[in-house]
Design a protein around this ligand. Structure first.
Ligand code: FAD
Length: 544
């Protein structure tokens, strides 16, 4: 059942209360549907995204040059950020869960094998086909390597798979709307987690609707799934019984904020790049879009003390009109003009009149090519049910641009805190102080050096791989948008984290967390598949 919070339900006492009807909150609710438990989902937003609701995500960023505004790259409405995500799916690697001496604060209390069955189930939720990231088996008969001759002890070509991209509400609404056990309350913003006086369990959740009417919701178990930032904010702000906030007895809450580092740096030239580089998307037997990426092997990470990182081929920087490409210029201008501001990210930088004119010149230079591309784009993207994930253009003059996506070392100084300013619901606003470590940047430079060495061995000419340049570019590119990780991290002991191996807040019997904030390390992988796997595992625990 789905209803506005102002409509009285048949009582507000449940077996399980989920705060947040976003990507993982809804997936958990659906997983509990046939458990005959009374479940409610408190969703702060409504059926559609509105400016007024989104405003409640505003906060303060310590350094706006390296981190986007707090309200960007997350959606406060039913379905959460899955309404806008890109759909790129990759699981964490086994090494990500291990204690690595060269990565401060690394190590999880669970292993990759613990999550494996749930990764498979997460695949079903977000429609990414079989759990197979090996190009040999997933794309039989097709080329294996990203660059011919590059795979070996140090690098290995793996796949990333792409969701439709699935909007989790659309995907699960059939089940959730008709469920007799699940109540979804819209416009029901949680404003406080209230503990019993002994501080050992949650007594109820304070909630407020659009008109400011307050209610208390009680349940046996509570799952906070409000997204990495809001979950942390809610725990920090719920400080009536525990003065430093819930789960913060050891000053761990809000610390270890990780995004990813990513950017377009470096290029290589191969005499026959069109044949030797597998740069495009391919579809597997089930029609799922897949693309190759170059991973660092476990051995390379251990021997060279590297953080986990991958490389992909990429387009030249679309913002720089000297690429002379009509498609890139058209895409850049259209996105800058029509994409909602809070999703523009790096497209937002100011453009000079000369640059504008150069882009327009590119666009008009080749109308036939642009027209053909436009028709293909509409067929494969605009009107397709499973969307082509992005524009891919073949190497021009045999030059291939590179993109990296890298793990961030968990750093206690990179953190979220509250400020005294409050939003209109009375919640203190969030301050985001995202920081990198020297290990973050040096590791990227070392990985580039290793790749450069390998590429030169296979006959490529490389440019832009100099350590100084890589570090400068990685530093400049800032936090990867929309990945809000680590601020209620998982740990075996309460001294170095907020939740235990079951995603339960240390020391509290009935409070659990689902979302990116529980990730203890960030891996090279985009986070949503892992967030879902952890959420589905939590649902399994609770139904038992
Ligand atoms: C543009 C964009 C592209 C992305 N692309 C990718 C990608 O390609 N691959 C990938 O892995 N990840 C991607 N991500 C990240 C991905 O969307 C998130 O990792 C994922 O959606 C997180 O799920 P979640 O359920 O934790 O948070 P959300 O989906 O954001 O859900 C949180 C929910 O909680 C609700 N809420 C918030 N506060 C409260 C409150 N106080 N009370 C009640 N409810 C509340 C919100 O309204 C929302 O519905 C992208 C994100 C964006 C924005």
């Amino acid at each position: 059942m789905i209803a506005q919070f102002t409509v009285a339900g048949d009582g507000l006492a449940y077996d399980i209360c989920i705060v947040g009807g976003g990507t993982v909150g809804l997936a958990i609710a659906a997983a509990l549907e046939n458990a005959k438990l009374r479940v409610c989902v408190l969703e702060a937003g409504g059926r559609w995204q509105t400016k007024r609701s989104q405003e409640l995500y505003h906060g303060i960023v310590a350094d706006p040059l390296v981190h986007p505004p707090v309200q960007n790259f997350r959606i406060r409405a039913l379905g959460g950020s899955s309404r806008a995500w890109g759909g790129r799916c990759v699981p964490f690697d086994s090494i990500d869960f291990q204690k690595r001496e060269w990565v401060c604060n690394s190590g999880w209390p669970i292993t990759y094998e613990t999550l494996l069955p749930y990764y498979r189930r997460a695949h079903e939720v977000i429609e990414v086909g079989s759990y197979d990231y090996d190009p040999t088996s997933a794309l039989p008969g097709s080329r294996v390597e990203l660059f011919e001759g590059v795979d070996g002890d140090l690098f290995r070509t793996r796949l990333e798979r792409f969701s439709r991209p699935t909007n989790v509400w659309k995907r699960l609404s059939g089940l959730l709307r008709t469920s007799r056990h699940i109540h979804i309350w819209l416009n029901a913003a949680a404003t406080g987690i209230r503990l019993a006086p002994n501080g050992r369990c949650v007594h109820h959740i304070d909630c407020v609707d659009l008109k400011g009417t307050k209610r208390e919701v009680t349940a046996c178990h509570y799952i906070v799934a409000a997204g990495g930032f809001e979950t942390t904010r809610l725990l920090l702000a719920s400080n009536d019984v525990m003065p430093a906030g819930i789960g913060n007895a050891r000053d761990q809450l809000g610390r270890f904020y990780m995004a990813h580092l990513g950017g377009t740096v470096g290029a290589l030239k191969l005499p026959n790049a069109q044949q030797a580089v597998a740069f495009g998307y391919e579809r597997d037997a089930a029609g799922i879009y897949c693309r190759r990426r170059l991973s660092l092997t476990e051995r390379a990470q251990r021997e060279h003390c590297l953080l986990n990182q991958i490389f992909r081929t990429h387009l030249p920087d679309p913002a720089d009109p000297s690429h002379n490409d009509p498609i890139l210029s058209a895409m850049y201008l259209v996105k800058r003009t029509f994409l909602p501001k809070h999703l523009r990210g790096r497209l937002q930088h100011s453009m000079t009149l000369d640059e504008k004119l150069a882009h327009v010149q590119n666009v008009v230079s080749s109308p036939v090519r642009l027209g053909r591309f436009g028709l293909r784009w509409m067929a494969n993207r605009t009107f397709a049910r499973r969307k082509l994930p992005s524009i891919v253009l073949g190497p021009r003059a045999n030059v291939v641009n590179l993109e990296f996506h890298s793990e961030q070392e968990p750093n206690p100084a990179s953190r979220l805190t509250l400020v005294s300013e409050r939003d209109r619901l009375g919640m203190p606003k969030l301050r985001v102080d995202w920081k990198t470590t020297s290990n973050d940047l040096q590791s990227i430079a070392r990985a580039y050096r290793l790749l450069g060495w390998k590429l030169e061995k296979i006959g490529a000419t490389i440019s832009g791989f100099e350590p100084g340049h890589v570090i400068e570019m990685a530093d400049k590119s800032g936090a990867m948008d929309g990945h809000h990780l680590g601020t209620t991290r998982m740990s075996a002991s309460p001294t170095d984290g907020v939740v235990d191996a079951e995603c339960r807040v240390h020391g509290l019997m009935n409070l659990h967390i689902a979302g990116g904030s529980v990730l203890a390390t960030s891996s090279q992988a985009n986070p949503t598949l892992t967030i879902l796997a952890l959420g589905l595992r939590l649902a399994d625990r609770l139904r038992r």
